[in-house]
Design a protein around this ligand. Sequence first.
Ligand SMILES: [Zn+2]
Ligand SMILES: [Zn+2]
Ligand SMILES: [Zn+2]
Length: 303
Amino acid sequence: MADPKQKSRLALPFFLNLFFTVFEILGGFYTGSVAILADAVHDLGDSIAIGLAWLLDVKARQKPDAAYTYGYGRYALLGGMIASLILVAGAAGVIAKAVPRLLNPTPVDATGMIVLAVIGVIVNGAAALNASKGTSLNEKAVGLHLFEDVFGWIAVLFGAIAMKLWNIPILDALLSLLFTVYILFHVFKNLRALLSVFLERSPRGFHPETITLAAVDGKDVLSVHHVHLWTVDGTNPLATLHAVVRSDAGATELERIRLDIHERLEAAGVRHATIEIELGDGLCEDPECAPDAPDAEGHHHHH
Ligand SMILES: [Zn+2]
Ligand SMILES: [Zn+2]
Ligand SMILES: [Zn+2]
């Protein structure tokens, strides 16, 4: 997490990207290049994503409150969803413009493209350097992504030089489709990760079995059931479970056993767990609710 006293490194990349997107859209129409327009769509998506990541860096320091008891993590995911949908719409626009040009290539202003590409390398390079000096995960992710974008501009630069030297205007449409495929590939990956959070899928790298293995020690904790696992912010897992504890445990012992379970779960990466203690079998009020993992100990069929 970012140091609260340190200003976010994402403000400059955000404004650079936003102004550059507008500049690029104008440049795309001026040079007649769909490759530049495709990059403009990509940069528009970047601007939105960086802007939301920047807001999140500020928002992440905000504690959960009465209205949002889980905190504000999912706001950022909603932002990612909006950015993805805008990118899909933009990509569709570029495809609609580029495909007819494959059949009927239109000449572009290659010199103008070279100028734009050089500016693109400089602006994206500066934004990438600034963001990668940051310490938060968001700042690092944005920095890495912006370095990838510098390579996109280098591709535009070489494409424009090739079109200046030889009469191959189709290269512009090919480049734009290449960028669009790249954009959609990232959007698809993002949407899949976002949807799994919204659909309460078990967080990446966590499985109910992991929780069971961590909680059950075979000595005090005989079995667990009712294991539920989800995430609010996309990274930190939350869990609820029922633990069946040996029935001769006394009150002080129960307290220690409960704290021990929390400690083992924390070691397994689950810092926020809610544990219900049951002494022996047959006490569960809702025995039908459990993930269907036949190899999991304490499955309800054993009750
Ligand atoms: Zn980008
Ligand atoms: Zn349940
Ligand atoms: Zn139970």
